[in-house]
Structures are given as C-alpha cells and as structure tokens.
Design a protein around this ligand. Structure first.
Ligand code: HQG
Length: 182
C-alpha cells in the first residue's frame, strides 16, 4: 500500500473509532471496540471501499500503534485519543515517572499559564515520556514549546495517570503549579 493510502486509511479509522462512529452507522462498546465486519460494511454503505487487508496493514505498521485488534482478530479499537461519548475506555492506572512532557504551540502558552493543561475535545490530556516525542506532538500546531510535568508529584497528591496500549500517558488535567518550560 502506498504511504498516501496508508495515511488515508489511518485517518479514516481515527475518525470513526475515536470521534464520529455514527457517520457510518457503527456502534462502539464502552471499551472502544468495533466489529471489523460492521466497520467494513458501514464504510461500504457510506461509499468508502475499504478491505480487510489494508486495515490489517495499517494496524500492524502504524507509526504510533494507534489501533489494536482483539485476540480473536474480529474487533478493532483506537488505543487513545477518543472524543466520542460512546466510549469510556478503562485505561490501566499506573504510577507515572517523575517527569513527563507535553508538546504544545507557543500561541497556547498564555492560556495554559492561566488554566493549566485541559483535555479539550479529547477525554484526557496527552503526555509523552520523552522530549523528542513531545516536540513532534507540539509542532503539529505551530512553533513547538515543551512543557515539563511534575507527574510523580501530581500522582502523590491523588491525580490518576493511565498509560494507553501505545505508551501514551494520559491524565484528566494538569494544573499550572505542576508545569514548567523544559
Ligand atoms: C492545547 C496526536 C490552550 C494542547 C498527537 C494542544 C498526540 C491548551 C491542544 C495526541 C490548553 C489540544 C494528542 C489550554 C491544552 N489553553 N490550549 N488551557 N490546554 N491546550 O490534538 O496533546 O495522531 O487534542 O497543548 O501525536 O496536541 O491523534 O492534543 O496543543 O499523541 O494519534 O490544546 O494526538 O496523536 O490538541 O495531541 P490535541 P495533543 P494522533
């Protein structure tokens, strides 16, 4: 599969598995799982020809392991990043490392200084284990800025942290007192 069509399939899967499953008449369970047959049928009904092989190739090769298959191979879900209220993924709670990182754009800094990090449309704030990953996340929105999060101290004060199947760290919000420029 060409890189372009790989990206197109990945974007389509993100759209229906994280945000708008109803646009193809797809039902996700509360853990985010969809029947692959129903997804392919829903895609076809909506005029999008998607076959099982490219779908499996995107799951296997995805640069960020965005999608997982169930053990029986019949269901698929997005690892994280949901905004649809159909899903309340029970991520495994975990003690975070001392520091985590958040990449953002300089134009958001003023607002982040006054409100801390908020989840926005997604269910969680996304944090990275290393500075380089955070930089890649931040540069999607403009000139990147890296914020360091006192994750362990937050955790010790009762904030829950989760790690998604693909290693991304998640928490509900990060108050300003736990943030500094890296
Ligand atoms: C910013 C991609 C103003 C926040 C990436 C971010 C990641 C605030 C933007 C994953 C704010 C939200 C998530 C505040 C936070 N005021 N701006 N108080 N608090 N923000 O895309 O973390 O390709 O929803 O800094 O690689 O950028 O989708 O979150 O810039 O892993 O798999 O509001 O999405 O992965 O943007 O990215 P997003 P994110 P995928």
């Amino acid at each position: 599969m060409s890189r372009d069509s790989h990206t197109a399939v990945s974007k389509f899967l993100s759209y229906v598995l994280r945000h708008e499953p109803q646009t193809i008449g797809l039902q996700l369970d509360s853990e985010g799982w969809a029947e692959i047959d129903a997804l392919l049928e829903g895609a076809a009904r909506s005029g999008r020809q998607l076959d099982i092989e490219p779908l499996q190739a995107v799951v296997a090769d995805n640069d960020k392991q965005r999608f997982s298959l169930s053990a029986d191979g019949r269901r698929i879900r997005a690892a994280q990043g949901h905004s649809t209220t159909q899903v309340q993924l029970q991520h495994v709670q975990k003690q975070p490392p001392e520091r985590l990182y958040h990449g953002t754009a300089s134009r958001f800094l003023q607002s982040i200084e006054s409100q801390g990090l908020v989840a926005g449309a997604r269910h969680h704030v996304h944090l990275s284990q290393d500075v380089e990953t955070a930089r890649q996340v931040g540069q999607r929105y403009g000139s990147p800025v890296i914020l360091e999060v006192d994750a362990l101290r937050m955790h010790e004060q009762g904030c829950e942290f989760f790690q998604a199947d693909n290693g991304v760290w998640l928490t509900r919000a990060v108050p300003g007192e736990f943030l500094r420029r890296a």
